[in-house]
Design a binder for this molecule. Sequence first.
Ligand code: HEM
Length: 233
Amino acid sequence: EEEVELKHVDWSFSGPFGMYNQPQLQRGYQVYKTVCANCHSMDLVSFRNLGEPGGPEFSEAAVKALAESAQVTDGPNDKGEMFKREGRPSDRFPAPFANEEAARAANGGAYPPDLSVMAKAREGGADYLYSLLTGYGEKPEDMEMSTGMHYNTAFPGHQIAMPPPLADGVIPYTDDTEQTVDNYAKDVSAFLMWAAEPKLEQRHLLGHRVIIFLFVFAIIMFLAKKAVWKRVN
Ligand code: HEM
């Protein structure tokens, strides 16, 4: 197997002071919903999470509207049947296929994995996701490809069953971010990072407070030590 080279993005959330960029997470959700959700589930995330602090922070009204635009499966009702209804903020994101068998049948035998914690499940995290989404291209001439597989520089083995999901202009952004594969890939990778690590901002903020506390505490202890030992030479 050939080496896999990852691209490195200067994410807003990397480093000890990193925070998510809310407009980026909102755009990332739009990419997920428009493109990725046609094949991938995200079973661990609910619509209401989209409005929580430290995430995309959609307004309450927007969260309600996003939920209502989805059809979710509920039941069984008193006749023992499953039924479809309009989504509510408390619902999880609906899955595109009823089960793994149906998902494989629609994807030439390959299984599109759940993306809830994908950003933490693979070595490289958000850099890996970005590299994968921007890693399609022409295969080297001497490489043998299996049928239905696509050449991708970031995927181990360099052949992946997922067709290139993004193309310039396919998702209409409402802010003035350029609608390129590169931006779509960055935004959806950031969104998936948030999904996998929704408490990152809280964790970083707590870290800052601990450091500030320790700094102040060290000064107080130093002054206290000087006061206590004042008359001793
Ligand atoms: C695999 C992300 C859209 C079908 C994957 C993997 C990721 C991913 C992270 C796993 C790679 C690994 O195992 O390391 C995304 C994202 C999408 C997207 C972020 C939207 C931008 C789609 C779409 C389809 C699809 C639209 C169907 C047409 C698949 C399949 C696999 C896969 C079949 C399994 C590939 C294999 O095991 O060879 N995707 N995907 N994906 N995806 Fe997607």
